[in-house]
Structure formats: structure tokens, C-alpha cells
Design a protein around this ligand. Structure first.
Ligand SMILES: NC(=O)c1ccc[n+]([C@@H]2O[C@H](COP(=O)([O-])OP(=O)(O)OC[C@H]3O[C@@H](n4cnc5c(N)ncnc54)[C@H](OP(=O)(O)O)[C@@H]3O)[C@@H](O)[C@H]2O)c1
Length: 346
């Protein structure tokens, strides 16, 4: 089977996905009988290129990695079109699946939610790494996907390369989750851990940005918006409905000083940004996101800076703890590929 794919947003995640796909393409063809063919790449900085006969990932990727524009892509294909906007790329590309990897807007979900709506409306599956739409527009996009008989998947949006969302979709179908606790943001893990080593907060934040851990706007990490969006996504998936934000409290780490961190260390404690939610008897969820002081008996205490971790308490199975990669291009690229594959190999 040949599957045509279009990419919107070709930054870290988009490039990570292309790189993993390039490495695994032949293996997937042999193992599952599916060949994924890239037909469009569209990005605000790099421009766009669309050719329904196919694009060469081996030539596209170096252009993106060098920070060049897609106008540099050379082809003899007369039908290849450059410079279209995302919506025009979607319409022209004849893609079966759209991979959406633009910035997360955690206030409105836009413009990504608009691209996803358009793609689903055109009966294209969507695989997205974007937190905004999955946190804020879950129910609407799920319904739109159902109406159009396509899938909307967003496994890469939480815990990066750790396959948490695909697991959640199946694991609790016959159980009730009662409580969730998560360490879900690498930027704050890293910043607080650096402060434990006496690094001033500003310098630690700068290093997190340079290492590529942060959102485009690092305040989204520091103020807890990113962690809150991830918590909402997990609860949306678990309850299969849109969770109302007004039952959740958010606090950032910006008021925590090196002195606070050091005095916690003297008591063998450390600060971490933690998401916590509990399910009330009527089935509704409430919770909070913010800095917590934790001791060495807490499993989150031992989680290294680039990892994420999550704990679930459920009625039948009890406690489950999962820890895995919270950052890395290769890992998030794999997560996107896993969602893509699951459309065709359920
Ligand atoms: N990085 C991670 O480890 C990670 C992990 C999981 C999920 N995510 C999520 O994945 C998404 C992408 O993250 P990233 O790290 O790849 O960000 P990134 O490196 O900044 O890449 C985003 C790319 O999308 C482009 N873009 C932004 N708005 C666009 C638009 N309207 N149309 C077309 N292209 C647009 C950007 O262009 P400009 O540079 O011109 O803005 C940029 O090239 C975000 O939603 C993020 O929250 C990231």
C-alpha cells in the first residue's frame, strides 16, 4: 500500500519525524507492506514544496537542517509547486495523512486547530505533535474526525517518545482511573536541577532554551501552561470528552529562587513542577499544576532532567508508574511515526 503524507511545520519535530521515517521506510515496507511517500512540506520559515508524485526526503532534510529555504529543492517534476500556504498545500498535495508540527498555541489552539479542521474536513487523517488543539479542541476535532471517517492522533504531544497516549487509549477501557500525578515538563526539570547546582535561574533558563528543551515561548514552560495542557490532554483521552479548565489551578516556578532550592536540598528535598488530578465521585476531574517540594521516597525525585514520568491510580489495577524520554528529536519523531503507522496497522 502507498500512503501519501504532507508535513506542516518543519522545525525540530518535523525534521525529527523525517529523519526517523528516512531510516525506517524500507523496514516498514517489508514488515507491514506500507510505503510512506512525502508529497508536501510546508513551513513558515523554510517555505513550501508540494509534488503529488513525491519528494525526496534525502534532499529535503539537509535543506531544512542547514536552515535553507525549500526554494533550493531541485526537481525535474514539472508538477512540483513551491511557495504555497499550508491550506493550499493540503488541497493540492492529494495527501492521505497530514503531519502537523507547528507551534503550540495554548490559549486558542490556532492556527494549528484550523489546519487540522481543514485536513479532517478533506477526509485526511491527522497526526499532530501540537498540544493546543489536543488540550483545547479535543471533542470538536474527535467528532469531526469521526464524521469524516478519519483519525486524529496526537501521541507525540505528551511525554515525547514515551508511548503514553496510545497506551492510555487501550489500558483503561474497562477500569476507572481515580488519580494522576505527572512530571511532564523537561524545561522546568532542567532549570530546577541546574539551580540545585547553584546556577542562577536566568542562566539555567537560557541553557534549557539553547538545548532545545523549551517551547518557542519559554514562559509557557515556566508558568506551567505546558504542563497544564499535557494534563488536560491525558484527561481528555481518559474521559473521552473535553475537560473544563476552570476546575484546575496553575502556578509557575518563576517565584522559586536559588535560595529556596538550596534550603530544600539541605533537607534532602527538591522542587519539581508536578501535575496532579483527582476524579470526583460524579466522574468530573479537578487538580493543579505547580512546584512541589518532594523527598527521596517520591519516585519523581530520581527522574533525570530529560525524562518524564507519570503515576496512575485506578480502581481495579491500582498503581502504575511509567517513566521515559521527555525530549529528543529522534524520540518525538518515532512517536509521530507510531501514530502514523497505527492508522494502517491497528
Ligand atoms: N520539541 C519537542 O521536543 C516537542 C515534543 C513534543 C511536542 N512538541 C510540539 O511540537 C510542535 C513543534 O515543536 P518544535 O520543537 O518542532 O518547534 P519548532 O522547532 O519551533 O518548529 C515549528 C516549526 O513550525 C513552523 N510554523 C509555525 N507556525 C507555522 C504556520 N502557521 N505554518 C507553517 N509553519 C509554521 C515554524 O516556523 P517559524 O520558525 O517561522 O516559526 C517552525 O519551523 C509544537 O507544537 C510543540 O509544542 C515539541
Amino acid at each position: 500500500m502507498d500512503v501519501k503524507i504532507a508535513l506542516i511545520g518543519a522545525g525540530n519535530v518535523g525534521q525529527g519525524f523525517l529523519s526517523v521515517l528516512r531510516k525506517k521506510r524500507e523496514q516498514l515496507a517489508v514488515r507491514h507492506g506500507i510505503t510512506f511517500q512525502l508529497v508536501s512540506v510546508c513551513d513558515r520559515s523554510h517555505g513550501s514544496v508540494t509534488a503529488s508524485a513525491g519528494l525526496k526526503i534525502s534532499e529535503i532534510l539537509p535543506i531544512l537542517e542547514d536552515g535553507r529555504g525549500l526554494l533550493d529543492y531541485q526537481t525535474s517534476d514539472q508538477a512540483c509547486v513551491k511557495g504555497l500556504d499550508p491550506l493550499a498545500c493540503l488541497e493540492l498535495s492529494q495527501a492521505d495523512v497530514v503531519l502537523e508540527c507547528t507551534h503550540s498555541n495554548l490559549q486558542t489552539g490556532e492556527p494549528a486547530a484550523g489546519y487540522i479542521r481543514q485536513a479532517l474536513g478533506l477526509r485526511k487523517h491527522v497526526v499532530s505533535s501540537n498540544k493546543g488543539p489536543a488540550a483545547l479542541n479535543y471533542q470538536e476535532l474527535r467528532d469531526l474526525a469521526k464524521t469524516n471517517c478519519v483519525r486524529y492522533l496526537f501521541g507525540a504531544s505528551v511525554m515525547n517518545g514515551t508511548p503514553l497516549v496510545p497506551l492510555l487509549r487501550n489500558a483503561y477501557r474497562a477500569d476507572e482511573v481515580l488519580e494522576i500525578r505527572g512530571l511532564l515538563n523537561v524545561t522546568t526539570n532542567f532549570v530546577l536541577a541546574q539551580m540545585e547546582k547553584d546556577k542562577p535561574g536566568e542562566a539555567a533558563i537560557q541553557e534549557a532554551v539553547e538545548n532545545g528543551y523549551s517551547e518557542a515561548d519559554v514562559a509557557l514552560d515556566l508558568e506551567g501552561h505546558d504542563t497544564m495542557a499535557k494534563l488536560m490532554i491525558l484527561l481528555n483521552v481518559l474521559s473521552d470528552r473535553q475537560q473544563p479548565l476552570d476546575r484546575f489551578i496553575r502556578e509557575g516556578i518563576t517565584n522559586i529562587t536559588v535560595r529556596d532550592v538550596q534550603s530544600a536540598r539541605e533537607k534532602n528535598m527538591r522542587y519539581r513542577m508536578i501535575a496532579h488530578a483527582v476524579r470526583d465521585e460524579d466522574g468530573s476531574w479537578r487538580g493543579q499544576v505547580g512546584p512541589n517540594k518532594i523527598d527521596a521516597l517520591d519516585p519523581f525525585y530520581h527522574v533525570v532532567e530529560t525524562q518524564n514520568a507519570i503515576q496512575f491510580k485506578s480502581e481495579t489495577v491500582g498503581d502504575i508508574y511509567l517513566e521515559g524520554p521527555g525530549s529528543g528529536r529522534q524520540e518525538v519523531g518515532y512517536s509521530m511515526l507510531l501514530d502514523l503507522l497505527s492508522i494502517y496497522v491497528p
